[in-house]
Ligand binder design. Structure first.
Ligand code: ADP
Length: 190
């Protein structure tokens, strides 16, 4: 079973590529950012917690994220491969994911890291702020999110590198070309 983690800084294109991957490789797409935004929209207890962090550009506490993820995964068919988008974002989440996958009798196949330089990320995020109505896409929050990414999320790379599950992908250029590079890696795992 194919279980993919798509990794990268805010604005690296995780969401766009995840949708393409989910469709081509028949995977369930789970975006923890989307789970948060849905919880906020539905005004659930977890949503209220999530909003207070997201609006500041900070990470939502591991426990809240993991509870939301658990609830989502429970509803999936047992033989369904998954693409994780925006999770894990801390080493504690990476450790939790091992246990979660064990409970489902499976494991992570690969982590794909979309590599994009910081200037390009800023440009993309500011552009997205103009077209999408996301409360966390403003200059101040964007800077904070990139900082949090470097401090708390980057160490996740090392975690997967040690397990030999790490694959860097050049994340700039044409969307289809990036997807082509990803498909090559995923096809080689089948
Ligand atoms: P982006 O990667 O472009 O910032 P996401 O939709 O993945 O967009 O995440 C938006 C926000 O949701 C994050 O800044 C963070 O506050 C919260 N979030 C999403 N996933 C996680 C996670 N795995 N752990 C903690 N917080 C998360």
């Amino acid at each position: 079973m194919l279980n993919v983690v798509i990794f990268g800084a805010p604005g690296s294109g995780k969401g766009t590529q995840s949708k393409l991957i989910a469709e081509k490789f028949n995977l369930a797409h789970v975006s923890t950012g989307e789970l948060c935004r849905r919880a906020i929209h539905n005004n659930t207890h977890e949503g209220v917690i999530a909003k207070s962090y997201i609006d500041k550009g900070e990470l939502v506490p591991d426990e809240t994220i993991i509870d939301m993820l658990d609830a989502f995964l429970e509803k999936l068919p047992i033989d369904q491969g998954i693409i994780f988008d925006g999770f894990p974002r801390t080493v504690a989440q990476a450790e939790a994911l091992i246990e979660i996958m064990k409970e489902h009798g499976t494991k992570v196949s690969v982590l794909l890291n979309l590599e994009v330089e910081k200037d390009e990320l800023m440009t993309r995020l500011l552009k997205r702020a103009e077209t999408e109505d996301r409360s966390d896409d403003n200059m101040e929050t964007i800077k904070k999110r990139l900082e949090v990414y470097e401090e708390q999320t980057l160490p996740v790379i090392e975690f997967y590198r040690k397990k030999r599950l790490y694959k860097p992908i050049k994340g700039v250029g044409d969307i289809d070309d990036i997807f082509g590079r990803i498909s090559e890696v995923l096809n080689s795992l089948k």
